[in-house]
Design a protein around this ligand. Structure first.
Ligand code: FES
Length: 371
């Protein structure tokens, strides 16, 4: 059975060997070739005799090429190998069913017949087995020490040249190897990259300001915020907070005779005058610091003992009576009284005009001789 799995090359090699010396010497143990008797069919002949008779027909130079060998084999099979070829095709029918002159149709049949011959005349029973084409591909035998699997060979190819000697019993097959790309060269004068902490903050600021879309959104958001604040302010009343109209200015002793106090001019808009020049009466009164021409604020000139308006030059005496400039009338007095606590109390809600005779009102002055 060991000879049944012969390759085509081995069969052809044996055929060549037989062609070279088989003509003079028949196969080992084979009987002398005899021509089939006339009238005796090939089916009557045993299948093992057919290949034994083939070498006897050889004559002349030995074939050297495959074509010559195949031609010689066809000639042999035509004569007496029909039964052998039929058995080689694994036909359930007996070889006698074939015609004596049947010619193998294909190369496979010829090779099957040749295998039958090479098997050394093993009998008709062995011929079909020998002619059966081997399903296994011809594998070159490799010593056991050198036999490697396909994965091992692939792993060996993937290994670098220097790591070829390091035999690893475990081969990792985790998919195709990823190609390694060379690192990007860094220029010599290239500045260092920014710190990782600065990138998000800087990127946020740039994204907030530099990007046109972000800038537009920022402006629109700011405008909407200002508009909302303006609407909220509009909902509240526009109240002017003013100091109270009634306030105390201290005791009468704080205002000596013949003086003009200007300490309430800026905050309260009044002068406090203590004089006896108006009709010879020692009075304390309060004058409104408003020019009767167009409403400017005059100044007290201590050296000149007069009120002088800087706008158009109107002048007023210490009594408040106008004497120069465009002012048409004297300054106005405001209400003044002594509070229960002895303090002088001013009431700006009340005004007294000299031309109207209102300065005679007792609430427009405080008699200093009585306090
Ligand atoms: Fe005082 Fe004109 S406003 S002089």
């Amino acid at each position: 059975m060991g000879k049944d799995n012969l390759t085509t090359e081995e069969i052809l090699a044996r055929c060549r060997a037989e062609d070279g010396g088989g003509a003079a010497a028949p196969a080992e143990g084979a009987p002398a070739p005899e021509a089939p008797a006339a009238g005796q069919s090939a089916a009557d002949q045993p299948a093992a005799e057919a290949p034994a008779a083939a070498p006897a027909k050889k004559s002349g130079p030995a074939p050297t090429s495959t074509a010559d060998i195949l031609a010689a084999l066809r000639a042999e099979v035509k004569g007496g190998g029909a039964a052998l070829a039929a058995e080689a095709r694994e036909s359930p029918k007996p070889a006698a069913a074939k015609k004596p002159g049947a010619k193998p149709a294909s190369t496979a049949g010829i090779l099957a017949a040749a295998r039958g011959e090479v098997s050394g005349g093993g009998g008709a029973a062995a011929a079909p087995v020998a002619a059966k084409p081997s399903a296994k591909p011809a594998v070159k035998k490799v010593p056991d020490g050198e036999k490697r699997s396909a994965q091992e060979m692939i792993a060996a190819l993937r290994k670098p040249a220097g790591a070829e000697d390091k035999a690893s019993p475990v081969v990792k097959s985790s998919g195709p190897a990823k190609p390694k790309f060379p690192k990007k060269p860094v220029a010599a004068g290239k500045p260092k990259a920014a710190k990782a902490d600065d990138i998000p903050r800087r990127g946020f600021l740039l994204g907030l300001v530099a990007t046109p879309l972000a800038l537009a959104w920022t402006i629109m958001t700011a405008t909407a915020g200002v508009s909302l604040l303006a609407v909220a302010r509009f909902m509240f009343p526009n109240v002017l907070v003013e100091p109270p109209m009634r306030f105390k200015i201290g005791p009468p002793s704080d205002y000596p005779p013949g003086t003009v106090s200007t300490k309430f001019k800026a905050a309260r808009g009044i002068w406090v005058v203590h004089t006896d020049q108006y009709k010879g009466r020692d009075l304390i009164y309060a004058l409104a610091s408003v020019c009767t021409h167009l409403g400017c604020t005059p100044s007290w000139l201590e050296g000149e003992q007069k009120f002088k308006c800087p706008c158009h030059g109107s002048g007023f005496y210490i009594t408040g009576v106008n004497f120069e400039g465009p002012a048409p009338r004297p300054l106005e007095r405001v209400g003044l009284a002594v509070a229960p606590d002895g303090m002088l109390e001013v009431d700006k809600s009340v005004k007294f005009q000299e031309e109207m005779g209102q300065w005679e009102d007792a609430t427009s002055y405080v008699d200093a001789s009585t306090v």
